[in-house]
Design a protein around this ligand. Structure first.
Ligand code: HGY
Ligand code: MN
Ligand code: MN
Length: 394
C-alpha cells in the first residue's frame, strides 16, 4: 500500500468515529473524539512522536527535538453533521504521514478540537485557544443541552483552568495546513493542488425572531404573530442580498422553531446567518443591511428580533514567502471561500495552505472525496517544502 493510500484509508477509518451511526458527525470533544485521539496517538507514538492533548482538547504530536525550531502542520478533527471523510482530518493525517518520511526538521502536528462551530455556534475553538483569543465569554457559551464550553472540557477530563497554557510554542516558525478545496475550482481546472493566497472574511450571527405561539386552528390569519413567517420573509432577503454583489455569499443554514408542532403557530425561531466576502467592507455592509431588514420585518409583523454576533473574522492573507516557496512545487493559486484554522494562526505565525482538488466540488457531504494521485502529489510537495525549510533553517 502506498503512503497516499494509507492516508486515505486512515481518513475513512476516522470517519467512522461518529456521534450518529450511519453518518459522520463529530463535534467538540464528543465521545467519538476519544477514538480519533486514540487512533492518531497510537500512530504518532509508533513514529516516536511525543503526544499530548492540551486544555482545549487539541491533539499535539511532536516529531524531533523539543528545542529545535519547528514547522506546525495542522487542521481540525471535528466535522459538520453528515460530513465527508476528509474535511479537516486530511490535514492532520497528511502531517503525521510526512513524519513517516523521517524529516530532519522538527514537526509539530496538531489536530484542533473544533473548527466548524457546530456544537456552540462559535467556530475555531481549538486554534483560538492556541493563539490565546479564547476568552471567558467564549468558554461560557453553551450548546443546545445547556452545556458550556468550559463544562464540555471538564466532561472530557481536561482542566479549562489550563486554557491559557494551551499556547502556540514559540519554537513554531511556520504553519502549514493541507485541506480539501471544498469547491469546484480545481476540479474544473483539472488541477490537483493549489496554494491559497488568502481566506475570505466571514461573519456569523444568531438571530431570534419572537412572535406569539397560538392555536393553528382557532387563530385567524390577521391576528397572528408568526415567528416562522417573519424568519421566512427575512431568509428570502438573505438570498436576495447574496445576489447583489459578485463574490458575496449569504446563508441561513440552521433554524430552530419553537414549539415546533404542526398545529401551533411558531412563537420563536432562531436562525443562523453566515456572510462572506473577500472585502471586509462589503461583508460588513451586507451584514448591516440584513440586520436592518430583520428588524423592519419584525416590526411590520408586530414581532421582535434579537441578534448575537458569533464571529467577525477579517479576510486574511497567507504568508507571501511561504506561498512563494510552495508555488515552486504547486504553481496554481486561489483564494479560499471556506474558513480555515490557518486564518486564526496567520496573524501569529507565517502561515500557508495547500488545497487538494475536491472531485465534483463536493464537501460537507458524505460524497466528499480526494484522488489518490492528488494525495500523493500533496505528500511530494510537503516533502519538498520541508526540505526547503530544512535548508533555510540548517
Ligand atoms: O464553514 C467553513 O468555512 C469551514 O468549512 N469551516
Ligand atoms: Mn468544514
Ligand atoms: Mn475544514
Amino acid at each position: 500500500m502506498s503512503l497516499a493510500e494509507k492516508v486515505i484509508g486512515i481518513c475513512r477509518e476516522l470517519a467512522l468515529c461518529t456521534e450518529e451511526p450511519g453518518r459522520t458527525t463529530r463535534t467538540f470533544l464528543s465521545p467519538p473524539m476519544r477514538d480519533v485521539h486514540r487512533i492518531l496517538t497510537d500512530w504518532m507514538s509508533d513514529l516516536g512522536m511525543q503526544v499530548s492533548v492540551d486544555a482545549a482538547g487539541n491533539l499535539h504530536g511532536l516529531h524531533g527535538s523539543p528545542d529545535a525550531p519547528r514547522l506546525m502542520i495542522a487542521s481540525h478533527l471535528d466535522t459538520v453533521p453528515g460530513a465527508g471523510a476528509f474535511d479537516g482530518i486530511l490535514g492532520v493525517v497528511l502531517g503525521i504521514a510526512l513524519c513517516e518520511s523521517h524529516p530532519k526538521l522538527a514537526i509539530e502536528v496538531a489536530g484542533f478540537s473544533e473548527e466548524e462551530g457546530v456544537r456552540f455556534g462559535m467556530p475555531f475553538i481549538g486554534s483560538r485557544a492556541l493563539v490565546g483569543t479564547l476568552d471567558a465569554a467564549a468558554l461560557a457559551k453553551y450548546d443546545r443541552d445547556g452545556i458550556s464550553v468550559e463544562q464540555a472540557i471538564r466532561n472530557y477530563g481536561l482542566d479549562p483552568g489550563q486554557i491559557l497554557n494551551a499556547k502556540l510554542s514559540p519554537r513554531v516558525f511556520a504553519y502549514l495546513e493541507f485541506h480539501i478545496e471544498q469547491g469546484p475550482v480545481l476540479d474544473q481546472a483539472g488541477v490537483p493542488l493549489a496554494v491559497v493566497d488568502s481566506i475570505v472574511g466571514q461573519s456569523r450571527f444568531s438571530l431570534t425572531f419572537k412572535g406569539h405561539a397560538n392555536h393553528a386552528g382557532t387563530t385567524p390569519m390577521h391576528l397572528r404573530r408568526d415567528a416562522l413567517a417573519a424568519a421566512a420573509e427575512w431568509i428570502l432577503d438573505v438570498e436576495a442580498t447574496g445576489n447583489l454583489e459578485s463574490g458575496l455569499v449569504a446563508t441561513v443554514g440552521a433554524l430552530t422553531v419553537l414549539p415546533n408542532a404542526g398545529n401551533v403557530i411558531p412563537g420563536q425561531v432562531r436562525a443562523s446567518l453566515d456572510v462572506r466576502h473577500a472585502s471586509d467592507e462589503i461583508r460588513l455592509q451586507s451584514v448591516e443591511r440584513l440586520l436592518r431588514s430583520a428588524a423592519s420585518i419584525a416590526v411590520l409583523r408586530d414581532s421582535f428580533v434579537e441578534h448575537a454576533e458569533l464571529l467577525n473574522q477579517s479576510t486574511i492573507a497567507m504568508d507571501p514567502d511561504l506561498c512563494k516557496t510552495l508555488s515552486g512545487y504547486a504553481p496554481f493559486h486561489m483564494s479560499s471561500g471556506a474558513g480555515h484554522d490557518a486564518m486564526i494562526l496567520a496573524p501569529h505565525v507565517p502561515s500557508a495552505m495547500l488545497f487538494l482538488r475536491s472531485p465534483g466540488g463536493i464537501s460537507h457531504h458524505p460524497d466528499e472525496a480526494v484522488r489518490t494521485e492528488d494525495v500523493a502529489a500533496a505528500l511530494e510537495v510537503g516533502q519538498q517544502f520541508i526540505h526547503e525549510l530544512e535548508r533555510q533553517h540548517a
